[in-house]
Write a protein that binds this ligand. Structure first.
Ligand code: MG
Length: 262
């Protein structure tokens, strides 16, 4: 009985510490943006590395596709470039290595190789606790949007199959909807426009440095979940308001997060 009381007390202290961490992040956000208040009505989800545990497949596919045309490329670079559209990633590498942009033909060839390698990886697993978090958020009445730099049709199409009844087409922004993908703010600004809510009424869930950069540039409160191999400091440096270790942590800490602004 004593042990139970002790554990309850410890949990309560832990919840208070979390609430303080979230409150402090929200205070800094409001001060910096000069918004009137923070009261989320919508949650914008990135897809790869957040809803799907797909980044390991993307990273190895990028390395194989680049190496196939004799371009050195590492998995770490793939993680650092995550969020960009495929063509932009290829263009960026060409600029860095060859001092020129890639031609349309080069971009088409490398991206189709990358897509083929990705398809060959087989079915992409859901990220652990993505379903649980979506269920919780949906039950609580938040509007749910998808904002992805992906142009991988199989993944986008399989959202319905993996997360039935959660994502509607009119509540998605993909690589096909934007001129300037992440790290530009356009995908998040487009989602903001579609949702009809104010910037202080949104929470973004991202895992990639460039995704965080895009969301922050759009003026949105950004929670980074570090589901890949990057150092958490990289996500904080790119402007994430809060950095958590996993989707499981975000699922478990959603209530202390709500308590900090409600
Ligand atoms: Mg991602």
């Amino acid at each position: 009985m004593c042990l139970l009381a002790d554990n309850i007390a410890k949990l309560s202290i832990f919840a208070q510490i979390l609430e303080k961490m979230f409150s402090s992040a929200i205070r800094s956000f409001l001060l910096q943006k000069q918004y009137p208040f923070f009261h989320p009505k919508a949650v914008f989800f990135d897809m790869d590395g957040v809803l799907f545990d797909s980044m390991k497949f993307h990273a190895s596919s990028w390395v194989k596709a680049m190496n196939a045309v004799n371009i050195p490329f590492t998995k770490y670079e793939a993680y650092m470039n995550e969020g960009r559209t495929g063509h932009s990633t290829i263009d960026d590498v060409y600029h860095r290595l060859l001092g020129r942009g890639a031609s349309e033909e080069e971009k088409r060839k490398i991206y189709s190789l990358k897509s083929a390698y990705f398809e060959a990886c087989g079915p992409t697993p859901k990220m652990a606790y993505a379903q649980e978090l979506l269920d919780k958020i949906k039950t609580k009445g938040y509007d749910i949007f998808l904002v992805t730099g992906s142009g991988q049709p199989t993944l986008i199409n399989s959202l319905q199959e993996h997360f039935p009844g959660v994502f509607q087409k009119e509540k998605m922004v993909t690589a096909f909807d934007v001129k300037h993908g992440k790290p530009a703010p356009e995908p998040y600004l487009k989602a903001l426009q579609k949702s009809g809510v104010c910037p202080w009424e949104v929470v973004v869930i991202e895992n990639a440095p460039l995704g965080v950069e895009a969301s922050v540039a759009a003026g949105l409160f950004t929670i980074a979940v570090n589901t890949g191999p990057l150092e958490p400091e990289v996500l904080a440096k790119n402007g994430a308001n809060v950095v958590l270790d996993s989707m499981e942590q975000l699922f478990r800490e959603w209530e202390p997060f709500e308590d900090s602004w409600k």
